[in-house]
Design a protein around this ligand. Structure first.
Ligand SMILES: [Zn+2]
Ligand SMILES: [Zn+2]
Ligand SMILES: [Zn+2]
Length: 258
């Protein structure tokens, strides 16, 4: 399988509309970041989406994503769920509901935000609504989706608990400020890690780049890719400063897994 980064930008995306800073006006495509999400591409051709970012439609068109068979949800912040309405395009090709797996609290938020989907008006007269099933999962209890085992693990994103996902030798851990010891243990032996690394300046709910480097060292992956970056992070300037086992992700990056 392959983990593809569909977007590695913070909640505003980069460039930010109206901002004239060096990164927002940069011609380097690696400084153009859609909202954070990823795709587990299975050898069978099936795909598992991690979060439905606000940019899901553009990401699907840009990277020629033709099927989404299931979705893993890290947490229900707007930048990670607002693309869920666009999942209906994939209902057309799949001809079945798309199962979404996440923490019960996150799924409750999805149900509230998308009440027109989950508690539809009996007099609704519009087009087809997305068909999504909500399936609660628990941290540290592996689940099997399309024959692939996935281990959800906990992350702390300020006061919120967020799920990260380990799939074989790859782990994905966005939107976090700290990682519980039990999750550090669960991540031992991963070859590739995708980890929150918002910017150099402190933030209450996201890892800074220096904090992410420290955690990357603790987990010991061969390569850690930082994600969820904001517009103060220039790709080439920052890459030149990072230790050899840490890199910045970019939209379209493909990480080989087993
Ligand atoms: Zn986010
Ligand atoms: Zn900017
Ligand atoms: Zn968040």
């Amino acid at each position: 399988m392959i983990l593809k980064i569909l977007g590695c930008g913070t909640s505003t995306g980069v460039p930010i509309p109206g901002c004239d800073c060096a990164v927002c006006s940069s011609p380097d495509p690696k400084n153009h970041r859609n909202r954070t999400s990823a795709l587990i591409k299975l050898d069978s051709g099936d795909n598992i989406l991690i979060d439905a970012s606000t940019d899901l439609r553009q990401q699907a068109l840009r990277w020629n994503v033709r099927r989404i068979n299931a979705m893993l949800l890290t947490h229900a912040h707007a930048d990670h769920i607002l693309g869920m309405d666009d999942l209906r395009c994939f209902n057309f090709t799949l001809r079945a509901p798309i199962p979404c797996y996440g923490l019960a609290d996150s799924l409750q938020d999805v149900r509230r935000v998308f009440s027109y989907v989950f508690d539809p008006d009996p007099n609704y007269e519009g087009g087809m609504l997305p068909q999504i099933t909500l399936n609660p999962i628990e941290a540290y209890r592996p689940i099997t989706i399309l024959g692939t085992e996935i281990l959800p693990f906990e992350l702390r994103h300020g006061r919120m608990t967020v799920l990260g996902f380990r799939c074989g030798n790859i782990a994905y851990a966005t939107d976090c400020k700290t990682i519980p010891e039990r999750s550090i243990t669960a991540l031992k032996g991963v070859r590739f890690l995708v980890l929150d690394g918002l910017r150099y300046e402190q933030h209450r709910t996201h890892l800074t780049i220096d904090e992410a480097i420290e955690i990357a060292g603790k987990i010991g992956a061969e390569k850690t890719y930082l994600t969820h970056m904001t517009h103060s992070v220039d790709y080439s300037e920052t890459m030149a400063k990072l230790p050899p086992h840490v890199e910045l992700a970019y939209d379209g990056l493909e990480i080989p897994g087993t």
